[in-house]
Design a protein around this ligand. Structure first.
Ligand code: CA
Length: 233
C-alpha cells in the first residue's frame, strides 16, 4: 500500500510518516502541491493524504488535478474545523477529512476505514493513471500500474525503479522525441544529482532487457541524435 502524503509542516509530516511506516504503509512525502503532482504522474499511489494549506496551491486544487486522471482515495488534513472545508473537500472527491491537531492513530484508523469503503464501492486498488495502452491490448509494451511492472510481448521486464519510471515516461509519450532533460525531470526525484550520461546508461540497460524479452524489441526506443530518444510502439 503506497501512500502519497502532501504536508508542508515537517513536524507533522515526520510524525505521520513514522506512524504510517510502523503500520507497514509505504509513504512518499511531498512538501508542495506541485511536488505531489509530479510524484503522482511518475508512479501509482493507492492513497493520498492532502494538507489543505500548502505553500504553492491548496490541497483542494491538488485533489482536483488528481481527479482528472485518478479515483485514488483522498484524506484531507485541515487546520480549520470549518464546514466550508468539509463541503469543498468532499465535493471535490475527497473521501474524508481530519482536523489538526490529530493523533497519528486517528489518521491510520481513517485510512483503513476509507480503504475498506473503497474496496466495497469501486474497483480497488484504484489505478493512479490510465493503463498505458488501454485502447490497444496488442501493443508490445504493457504497464501493470498496480504491480509496477512493464511487460514486453507478455514477459515481465526485470527493471530497476529508475528504469521503470523512464520506460513509463516513454509509454505515456509515444511517438514524441523526449530530450534527456525531460526524461531526467520525469524519472528522477532530484534531477540535479544525475547527468545525461546516467540517462544514456539506463536506456542502454532498458534496451538490453527489451532485447532479451524479444529480439528486435530494443528498437522500440530509438536514438534521435542531438535531440534525445523516441518511443516507437
Ligand atoms: Ca500546511
Amino acid at each position: 500500500m503506497h501512500i502519497l502524503l502532501v504536508e508542508d509542516e515537517p513536524a507533522i509530516a515526520d510524525t505521520l510518516v513514522y506512524a504510517l511506516k510502523t503500520e507497514c504503509f509505504e509513504v512518499h512525502h511531498a512538501l508542495t502541491g506541485q511536488a505531489a503532482l509530479d510524484a503522482f504522474a511518475a508512479q501509482p499511489f493507492d492513497f493520498a493524504i492532502l494538507d489543505i494549506g500548502l505553500p504553492d496551491m491548496t490541497g483542494l486544487e491538488v485533489c482536483k488535478k488528481l481527479r482528472e486522471t485518478s479515483a485514488v482515495p483522498v484524506l484531507f488534513l485541515t487546520a480549520r474545523d470549518g464546514e466550508v472545508d468539509r463541503i469543498l473537500g468532499l465535493e471535490l472527491g475527497g473521501d474524508d477529512y481530519v482536523t489538526k491537531p490529530f493523533s497519528p492513530r486517528e489518521i491510520v484508523a481513517r485510512i483503513r476505514a476509507i480503504l475498506r469503503r473503497a474496496q466495497n464501492n469501486r474497483p480497488f486498488p484504484t489505478p493512479a493513471a490510465p493503463a498505458a495502452n488501454p485502447e490497444n491490448p496488442g501493443a508490445p509494451l504493457q504497464n501493470d500500474p498496480h504491480a509496477m511492472r512493464i511487460h514486453c510481448h507478455g514477459s515481465a521486464l526485470d527493471l530497476t525503479a529508475h528504469e521503470y519510471k523512464l520506460l513509463l515516461v516513454f509509454l505515456k509519450n509515444p511517438r514524441r522525441v523526449l530530450s534527456r532533460d525531460q526524461l531526467l525531470d520525469h524519472a528522477w526525484a532530484d534531477p540535479g544529482a544525475v547527468t545525461d550520461r546516467t540517462i544514456d546508461a539506463h536506456i542502454k540497460s532498458i534496451r538490453a532487457k527489451l532485447r532479451s524479452a524479444k529480439a528486435g524489441a530494443e528498437d522500440l526506443i530509438q536514438t534521435r541524435r542531438g535531440l534525445g530518444y523516441f518511443f516507437q510502439p
